[in-house]
Design a protein around this ligand. Structure first.
Ligand SMILES: CC(C)[C@H](C(=O)O)[C@@H](O)C(=O)O
Ligand code: SF4
Length: 483
């Protein structure tokens, strides 16, 4: 008898069930555990107090990212520069101590491979298709871009995974986000995911794992898929993933942690079998027309507060739901924006190109293409590019992108989370605006009182050039070519 058609998510789930428990939850095997400095210190401490070891140190990889300054980390004499903030210094020191003492691979702050944990995982071939991947971090969904079931966990779960390599979970519902048609010129994966969150809302995916489906995703680069899946959590979903294909296999083959030789061939064979079966059903399904997607900008303090760049800041009265009206009023007040303002009339003083959403090489190329031969507007006070990892940084430098950025008036930084969140020295000052390629525009996210507009890398670059939010498609073609 033919077995019931299953989704990608169901196949990964089923293959990781260790035990089905009476209360309807399952004990799930975890294949990969990524660890950073913010959510791990208490977990390691608890293990130490209980006299426990890490069950599978070989399936665990630690890298610092959130608290590290993105300015130089080494002094002229080769010594490591101190971390000024006491809490950051303590968390970083704890990770540096805990990783070796529990036998975990550790990418140190000055290692060439250091970077944001969600950039490093796929880049090192640590994140694999069909794998269950966790990290004490909400943007773990990013790894769904390689076809993994990846999700964020809390510190007590970090401890549980360290100790047992399993998690007790209830299976989520499945949700399909199907995008039909093709994206227009100048419309990027970031615009698409912002648009999707605008359509489904920040609670649209609650209780679900999203599978992104349709030709747009088949044609999308692996890095673009990582960007889309990264923001699944902003749509409320537990995780987001895309069926692994030849592009993913080519991306991962030969990476340091990826399987080799016969193991690789066996793995690819299994990965190919994971795609959602014909006839499988989803608990919820949303269809998006790619032709509706424009370069997209956030205007408020929630990632669902988005409009096409050619649009206007909405009026709170335009929302039917009174609680939405109230939220919009509060957002506009915080953002210092009047209803009906043209998006392209909004001036920005800060530009941040970075974060686990948009700091990979393709993101930097897209921004550099816009900036080549141009300079930032004098009204733009602070513009930084923060590569997602040391390897991205080196690759960008080999391509001369760093010079394009610095010639345009940007600072070229060391890898880390940086101004994505105000947990390190990179902050946007109170009352100032930032065109940011990151994923959250929450109140205070980029610093107390900072006002964030979420955009794609190309759009952030366009805003740097004009000093206001700008449709990148309207910038005249660039003259200079120093590449
Ligand atoms: C600090 C960390 C726990 C947090 C997260 O869980 O996502 C951060 O990465 C973020 O993006 O807000
Ligand atoms: S870059 Fe931003 S979103 Fe990503 S892990 Fe760091 S703080 Fe979180």
């Amino acid at each position: 008898m033919a077995s019931k058609p299953r989704t990608l998510y169901e196949k990964i789930w089923d293959s990781h069930v260790v035990e089905r428990l009476d209360d309807g939850t399952c004990l799930i095997y975890i294949d990969r555990h990524l660890v950073h400095e913010v959510t791990s210190p208490q977990a390691f401490e608890a293990l130490r107090l209980a006299g426990r070891r890490v069950r599978r140190p070989d399936l665990t990889l630690a890298v610092p990212d959130h608290n590290l300054p993105t300015t130089a980390r080494v002094a002229a004499d080769g010594s490591r520069l101190p971390i000024e903030d006491a809490q950051s210094a303590a968390q970083l020191a704890a990770l540096e101590r805990n990783a070796p003492s529990f036998g975990i691979d550790y990418i140190d702050a000055v290692a060439p491979e250091q970077g944001i944990v969600h950039v490093v995982g796929p880049e090192q071939g640590f994140s694999l298709p069909g794998a269950t991947i966790v990290c004490g971090d909400s943007h773990t969904a990013a790894h769904g871009g390689v076809g993994a079931l990846a999700f964020g966990i809390g510190t007590s779960e970090v401890e549980h995974v360290l100790a047992t390599q399993t998690l007790q979970l209830r299976q989520s519902k499945s949700m399909e986000v199907r995008v039909e048609g093709t994206l227009g010129p100048g419309v990027t994966p970031k615009d698409l995911i912002l648009h999707i969150i605008g359509v489904i809302g920040t609670a649209g995916g609650t209780g679900h794992v999203i599978e992104y489906r349709g030709r747009v995703f088949e044609e999308m680069s692996v890095e673009g898929r990582l960007t889309v899946c990264n923001m699944s959590i902003e749509g409320g979903a537990r995780a987001g993933l895309i069926a692994p294909d030849d592009k993913v296999f080519a991306y991962l083959e030969g990476k340091p942690y990826a399987p080799k030789g016969q193991d690789w061939n066996r793995a690819v064979k299994w990965w190919r079998s994971l795609a959602t079966d014909e006839g499988a059903t989803f608990d919820k399904s949303i269809v998006i027309d790619a032709a509706d997607v424009e370069p997209t900008v956030s205007w408020g303090t929630s990632p669902e507060d988005v409009v096409p760049v050619g649009g206007r800041v909405p009026s709170p009265d335009s929302f039917a739901d009174p609680s939405k009206q109230e939220a919009a009023r509060k957002s506009l007040d915080y953002m210092g924006l009047a209803p009906e303002t043209l998006i392209e009339d909004i001036a920005v003083e800060n530009i941040f190109i970075g974060s686990c959403t948009n700091s990979r090489i393709e993101d930097l190329r897209a921004a550099a293409e816009v900036l080549n031969g141009r300079t930032k507007a004098p009204s733009v006070r602070w513009a930084i590019v923060v590569p997602g990892s040391g390897l991205v940084k080196r690759q960008a430098e080999a391509e001369g992108l760093d010079r394009i950025f610095t010639n345009a008036g940007f600072e070229w930084r060391e890898p880390g989370c940086s101004a994505c969140l105000a947990m390190n020295p990179d902050k946007v000052p109170p009352g100032e605006r930032c065109a940011s390629t990151s994923n959250r525009n929450f109140v205070g996210r980029q610093g107390p009182g900072a006002r964030t507009h979420l955009v794609s890398p190309a759009m952030a670059a366009a805003a740097a050039v004009t000093g206001r939010l700008t449709d990148v498609r309207k910038l005249p073609p660039c003259q200079a070519d120093d590449g």
